[in-house]
Design a binder for this molecule. Structure first.
Ligand code: URP
Ligand code: ZN
Ligand code: ZN
Length: 499
């Protein structure tokens, strides 16, 4: 007879059917009714609560302040790997994919090694993997280092088409995609036209228009749409899977949808800030607008937000990530740099000197559950699970170890009780991150995870981190298993591509 370390009784699995979930050695070992407990089995009575797979957040910046440029600018990420992953599990996310950033001239292998060491030293509450940010795709990086990373289970790279210190040329972009194809890696692209953003920014600066509110004007929708179109075209030419990250405007969403309808291997990500926040927040007084500075910026038109919701509903967006990139509002190394380093005499500061990014790793899953499933009722639990867990697992080569409630999968589980009393978010009372504010302060949450389990251990219960032990482990990843309509098998061929 099977024995279990833990049994979740009467779990409403993905809102689809009710059964017991038996767990042994951190894995789901049985799904059935009336599973038999031994005297050592821990029983968790779910009372028909919905149980979903642990969230997978494919876009999390933690401790990403070690680059020479970040040091020079004085930026300090508000979260360590320890505090950021503590916050993740408290919001139902059990796996995070972090960014190891290559500065120009650096080895990507050394960079990833440094992040491994940091994670081991600080400890992690969630399982984790790394994307490599490539800013300098030299022959050595592409030919010698990336194959090593791919073998180590780092199966994704992020490429930037904007930011002076990070962006790559079109030719380097193609070279990187070519290599990604060969190695079975997914390329994530930050799609904004850097020259267009720079030109708009210079125009604003020359007129002294640098208050936080001008951030939205400096990054027009056209910059995102142009770069998205270019990235989609390149992915199509190279016939290699590509993810456009943090999509914020309908123009880009349309480009992506059209490519998908032509069966191009293009995937898309959006984030809570583009569904729930708008550019009016940038106008908050006393420099509080800086709390909402991120790239791409918050958009204003309610139609933009509706177009993003449509993409959530109709499948254009493959994954829903946080782009958690926290800088504290108070203190000298976060958002205040936009005031303290302002050298143009504008008492309202400079958005160009303000670190970009919003915190959100803890609120991502509960926000989509609350707003999408419960308030708008525009998505069902199946689609919610796809966006927050199953699709990130498939895209990033973690499925079915992660992203599924199946026999053999890791017992990463989130329990949502119906008895939750709706409450308005208060950062200091409710959240567990290292930042000092939430952009979602005051939003009413209609539900929140009652419990989070990581590989069978309860790590969060009733608002509290349960165990101070940090069980999170590095998870090596394989290639993308989302359906692709690949024309070409084997290596890319220029004559075939041109035909
Ligand atoms: O503002 C943002 N999103 N900062 C993080 C860096 C990035 O581009 O994802
Ligand atoms: Zn980005
Ligand atoms: Zn990001």
């Amino acid at each position: 007879m099977q024995s279990f370390d833990v049994i979740l009784r009467n779990a409403h699995v993905n809102g689809a059917y009710v059964c017991d979930i038996g767990i042994k050695h951190g894995l789901i070992s049985s799904l059935g009714v009336n599973l038999v407990a031994s005297e050592n089995t821990q029983i968790i009575e779910c009372e028909h609560a919905i149980v979903t797979p642990g969230g997978i957040d494919g876009h999390v910046h933690l401790a990403q302040d070690k680059s020479p440029r970040a040091r020079e600018a004085g930026y300090q990420c508000a979260d360590t790997i320890e505090t950021g992953t503590r916050s993740a599990v408290a919001g139902g996310t059990t796996t995070v994919l972090l960014f190891a950033e290559q500065s120009r001239g650096e080895s990507v292998l050394e960079k990833v090694d440094a992040y491994h060491q940091l994670a081991t030293y600080q400890g992690s509450h969630a399982d984790y993997g790394f994307h490599i940010i490539i800013t300098d795709p030299t022959p050595k990086v592409l030919e010698q280092e990336l194959p090593v990373l791919a073998r180590q289970g780092i199966s994704s790279m992020k490429l930037f088409l904007t930011y002076k210190h990070m962006r790559i040329s079109d030719k380097d972009f193609l070279r990187a995609l070519h290599k990604a194809r060969e190695l079975g890696m997914v390329a994530l692209v930050h799609a904004e036209n850097g020259d267009l953003v720079d030109f708009f920014t210079e125009q604003l600066e020359s007129q002294g228009l640098t208050d936080p509110v001008y951030k939205a004007i400096a990054h027009p929708a056209a910059a995102e749409a142009e770069a998205t179109n270019r990235a989609v075209t390149f992915s199509s030419v190279m016939d290699t899977p590509l993810l456009i990250v943090h999509v914020s405007v309908p123009e880009s969403t349309e480009v992506i949808r059209k490519a998908q309808s032509h069966l191009k291997p293009v995937f898309a990500e959006t984030c809570p800030q583009y569904l729930l926040l708008g550019k009016s927040q940038l106008a908050q007084e006393h420099f509080c607008g800086a709390k909402f500075i991120c790239s791409p910026p918050l958009r204003s038109d309610p139609n933009d937000v509706e177009a993003i919701w449509r993409g959530i509903i109709n499948g254009t967006f493959t994954i829903f990530s946080s782009d958690h990139c926290p800088y504290s509002f108070t203190g000298p190394h976060g958002k205040q740099l936009g005031l303290s380093r302002a050298d143009n005499g504008n008492p309202n500061g400079m958005f160009t000197k303000t670190p970009n990014g919003l915190p959100g790793v803890e609120t991502r899953v509960p926000l989509l559950f609350s707003e999408g499933v419960l308030r708008r009722r525009c998505i069902d639990i199946k689609r919610f699970v796809e966006l927050t867990s199953e699709n990130p697992a498939k895209l990033y080569g973690l499925y079915p170890k992660k992203g599924a409630i199946q026999v053999g999968s890791d017992a990463d589980l989130v329990i949502w009780h119906k008895s939750f009393t709706p409450r308005r978010l208060q950062h200091d009372r409710d959240l567990h991150d290292g930042c000092d504010y939430s952009p979602y302060e005051g939003i009413e949450f209609l539900n929140w995870p009652k419990m989070t389990l990581l590989r069978g251990r309860v790590v969060f219960r009733d608002g509290q981190i349960v165990n101070s032990s940090k069980y999170g482990e590095f998870v090596p990843r394989k290639g993308c298993t989302l359906p692709l309509s690949r024309k070409m098998v084997g290596s890319w061929d220029v004559l075939y591509a041109a035909s």
